[in-house]
Design a protein around this ligand. Structure first.
Ligand SMILES: [Zn+2]
Ligand SMILES: [Zn+2]
Length: 339
């Protein structure tokens, strides 16, 4: 169900079962929503950089009291007007995209329960989340000027999550991000040389190798041969599927089950939950003749119980990664986690 928040932002509810009343109104006295992101380009690399100085004042909150993503209670309205919800998606109040920059930023809340995590949600909710991602991908792909729809979750303060409530985000970029531009270039070269899809080739090779972490009939989760991060898993369909919106309902359920298993394996790596970043690299809105195969990426910057990988000069300035963990050993560790 679609609605509008008090400042004009759009909110969409996705429920595990149909028939819920989601008509509650946002009663907060908010001023009209006016995104202020600015897109600049680095003249040396050509890379786009979003300047979003207004985000310095955005909400930082880890406790239930004052959480802007919990359902609204009488006297304490939040971003979600409903008294409870399953999955809620709304435009980010402090976006880096939109306005002059173009594109759009959305927030995806995975549960009305503050202390939940995606890895522990029941199968029905995982499917609802997958359905919400797919539906938003289709909607954002249709927005004028959008070139790439990037779905992601930062989980844990150590990797930049400013709110503890289980939630992710979607960035609809009005350009191809540097990583996607590189993948597109490689996919084009592979197609020219071999006449086939680079991702199909890569997934088939990994599926028979020593770095598989888990798999289903249609999807494979593996540590990539040249993983950049101490623990990193890619999840991909075995054959070409461009984005989450192109999956059939049963395929969404299958993929989300595998995804949650990967998250549980990450969370079980150490004695306390592992902070992680999880994202979906979906095929670009255009150029699908060259690249029409999405993949997920789950990774952590944590390399041992008390050590984190920092992005130092080589990674941050030169873009040249050094991984201290052997990818084959990382796969073995992830497979060994009891879930
Ligand atoms: Zn909350
Ligand atoms: Zn393919």
């Amino acid at each position: 169900m679609h609605g509008l928040l008090a400042d004009g932002r759009e909110i969409v509810y996705y429920d595990d079962r149909p028939g819920r009343d989601r008509s509650a109104r946002d009663t907060r006295p908010l001023t009209a929503f006016a995104p202020r992101g600015e897109l600049r380009h680095d003249p040396l690399t050509g890379d786009p950089v979003l300047i979003a100085a207004h985000r310095q004042t955005r909400t930082v909150n880890s406790t239930r009291a004052g959480c802007p993503l919990c359902p609204s209670r009488p006297g304490s309205p939040t971003e979600i007007p409903a008294a409870d919800y399953d999955v809620a998606v709304f435009e980010n109040r402090f976006p880096s995209l939109g306005g002059q920059a173009g594109g759009r930023c959305e927030v995806v809340c995975f549960s009305g329960e503050h202390d939940q995590s995606v890895s522990r949600l029941p199968a029905a909710r995982l499917t609802t989340i997958g359905r919400a991602w797919a539906d938003r991908t289709a909607a954002l792909t249709r927005l004028p000027g959008v070139e790439q729809v990037f779905v992601f979750e930062n989980r844990g303060a150590e990797v930049g999550a400013t709110l503890a409530h289980p939630h992710g985000q979607i960035y609809a970029y009005p350009y191809l991000t540097p990583v996607q531009r590189s993948v597109l270039r490689s996919a084009r070269a592979h197609r020219t040389e071999h006449g086939s899809c680079l991702l199909c080739h890569t997934v088939a090779r990994e599926a028979d190798g020593p770095r598989v972490v888990a798999a289903t009939a249609q999807f494979v989760a593996y540590v990539p041969e040249s993983a950049r991060w101490p623990f990193e898993v890619h999840l991909a369909p075995r054959s070409c599927v461009g984005d989450l919106a192109a999956l059939a309902p049963a395929e969404i359920t299958e993929l989300m089950g595998l995804y949650a298993e990967v998250l549980r394996r990450f969370e079980g790596l150490f004695t306390n939950p592992t902070p992680y970043m999880a994202c979906w690299h979906q095929a670009p809105v255009r150029h699908r003749a060259d690249l029409d195969h999405f993949y997920g990426q789950v990774f952590t910057t944590r390399r041992s119980a008390d050590k984190y990988k920092f992005l130092a000069s080589s990674e941050s300035a030169a873009g040249a990664f050094i991984n201290d963990v052997l990818p084959e050993a990382a796969a073995e560790r992830l497979r060994a986690v009891r879930i």
